[in-house]
Ligand binder design. Structure first.
Ligand SMILES: NC(=O)C1=CN([C@@H]2O[C@H](COP(=O)(O)OP(=O)(O)OC[C@H]3O[C@@H](n4cnc5c(N)ncnc54)[C@H](OP(=O)(O)O)[C@@H]3O)[C@@H](O)[C@H]2O)[C@@H](O)CC1
Ligand SMILES: [K+]
Length: 518
């Protein structure tokens, strides 16, 4: 389950054709056949189909679809929106095959707009094979008018070939107009635009079809991004041993919880226990000790000097090193708040341990104001910002973060040698080596207070169990998202973080049972 850019996909196609010796027409045939199959599987019987083809290879796929639909008994018409002279050789091959079979191929010109509109209004299926990964810049006028006709007049199912025409593959941007599809059938691997807005909203259901790119080719070309899936970390997901005791499952320290924000550390700490940590200690300002201890019964509570106002005192993290080293991972930030001396405080914390550390919430804001703090860390760092926190860290605005999610996270992770978990729909994990993962689990129900604290606790718990960050972080993000899905038992609006917390166990159980089956 890789996630590829247009260039990476071209590279995989080219390598397969030139070095493995599988001709381009074979790939194109399989691509078009997969789209035709997706269509015929959806309908009980053949109907009427309009295929819209450009003169690039995406259009070539369209001619293949037309041939298979026609053979399967569909009344099929192809509209070429482009010029027969400019077709690629493979596209030309399948264009000719359509003509030899007597399939109706019309060439679109502005004067045919009314005729095309009638076809769109009366067809059961519209196949969009105008533009694929080769789009450059805003859609040109002829295609633009066709795309508008489809969006305004198609009554049947709109199936996009590879990507909805008009959507930029790598960014999901729509420069002018783009097809609104009910289904997108893409080839070999998902592309970024299937997950990034606004393009993702144009795709409908996305189906990834195998077209015969050998897995060894992909392995040798190593695309930089993957879709998060248990295949990447399953080896670390193990049933608990009969001989387990609390000491064999790690000890996480959660640091945070200023006055009025104790819920956040409580959530993080409890989520860590639910995610399997053997022991959890929660460090809070002294005055918060009793209320926290009353709130969370299963965690140890460690009181650090207080500033008298319910937050940590400057220097309160100064001499904890010895005890810190008996712990196996640290999570800092839930409910932390901002306080005098926070810069030195966080620096001291980082300096005193080489344990992996998750930084969240106000710990990220301290870091945004004082990035030099990172120079003092000794162990692996995992940052879990939401888009606002990411914007502060990267010195940009939330709009840019939202528009260029993967790029902003990747740049920051690489530059600072940390793992960045940029939260949101399809959370992005950017690793220090420049690779990325996009997480497919989750639910709109998770857009609520407390949800991020759970994630911090879950990742912390997995790190505490000595799972390396490259596996613990995606596993934690996946489990958190799955728990969020499971928590929706009535309606997304009403789910609260505690409901998600209760589903951490069922999510892990699901993954463990899948592990046994596969
Ligand atoms: N062998 C393979 O590689 C395989 C590839 N496969 C398929 O090929 C697709 C990629 O094909 P591709 O690279 O030919 O590009 P494609 O998406 O058809 O677009 C290029 C055409 O669009 C035009 N055009 C560009 N921008 C435009 C604009 N803004 N507005 C209007 N027109 C514009 C441009 O026109 P030109 O500039 O040449 O006049 C050119 O003709 C890929 O998505 C997959 O479906 C599969 O069959 C599997 C095997
Ligand atoms: K398309």
């Amino acid at each position: 389950m890789y996630l590829v850019t247009a260039q990476e996909m071209r590279d995989l196609d080219r390598y397969t054709i030139e070095h493995i010796g599988i001709p381009g027409v074979v790939l194109m045939e399989r691509a078009g056949l997969a789209v035709a199959q997706a269509i015929t599987e959806h309908f009980a019987q053949p109907g009427q189909a309009v295929v819209l083809s450009g003169h690039g290879n995406n259009g070539g796929d369209g001619f293949v679809v037309a041939r298979h639909l026609s053979v399967a008994g569909w009344r099929t018409t192809v509209w070429l929106v482009g010029s027969a002279e400019r077709m690629t050789a493979d596209t030309q091959t399948f264009y000719e095959a359509c003509r030899h079979l007597g399939i109706d191929v019309k060439t679109f010109g502005p004067e045919q707009a009314d005729e095309l509109r009638r076809w769109l209004e009366t067809s059961d299926v519209v196949v969009d094979a105008l533009l694929g990964t080769g789009i450059r810049g805003p859609v040109r006028p002829a295609m633009e008018s066709v795309i508008r006709l489809v969006n305004d007049h198609a009554r049947g199912r709109v199936v996009a070939v590879d990507v909805p025409s008009g959507v930029e593959t790598d960014t999901g941007r729509v420069a002018s107009v783009a097809i609104k599809a009910d289904q997108t059938v893409t080839f070999a691997y998902a592309k970024w635009c299937h997950y990034l807005r606004p393009g993702a909203e144009h795709c409908g259901e996305v189906v990834v079809a195998d077209i015969g790119i050998p897995p060894s080719v992909t392995a040798s070309r190593r695309p930089a991004a993957r879709v998060n899936h248990p295949q990447w970390w399953r080896e670390y997901l193990k049933p608990r041993s009969r001989w387990a005791h609390k000491g064999t499952h790690g000890h996480l320290l959660v640091v945070g919880g200023s006055r009025g924000m104790l819920g956040a550390v409580a959530m993080a700490g409890t989520a860590a226990l639910r995610a399997g940590a053997g022991l959890v200690t929660i460090a809070v300002p002294e005055g918060q000790h009793d209320p926290l201890a009353a709130k969370v019964t299963e965690a140890l509570v460690w009181a650090w000097p207080d500033d008298g106002q319910g937050r940590f005192a400057p220097g309160s993290a100064e001499r904890i090193g010895e005890r810190l080293n008996r712990l196996t991972a640290v999570a800092v930030g839930p409910g932390l708040g901002r306080f005098t001396g926070e810069r030195e405080w966080l620096t001291e914390l980082l300096q005193q341990t080489d344990r992996p550390m998750v930084l969240d919430a106000d710990a990220l804001n301290v870091l945004a104001d004082h990035p030099d703090i990172l120079d003092h860390r000794k162990g692996d760092l995992i940052l879990t910002p939401h888009p606002g926190e990411m914007a502060r860290l990267a010195g940009t605005d939330t709009v840019r973060v939202e528009n260029e999610r993967y790029r902003v996270a990747k740049e920051w992770a690489e530059r600072h040698d940390v793992t960045v978990v940029l939260k949101g729909t399809y959370t992005i994990i950017a690793f220090p080596d420049g690779t990325q993962m996009l997480n497919p689990t989750g639910s709109p129900a998770m857009a609520k207070a407390g949800s991020g604290d759970l994630l911090t606790g879950i990742i912390g718990a997995l790190l505490a169990q000595k799972i390396p960050p490259s596996a613990a972080v995606p596993m934690g993000v996946y489990v958190h998202g799955l728990a969020g899905e499971f928590a929706v038992t009535s309606v997304e609006h009403s789910v609260i973080a505690s409901d998600i917390l209760l589903q951490v166990g069922p999510a892990i159980r699901r993954l463990l049972s899948d592990r046994v089956r596969t």
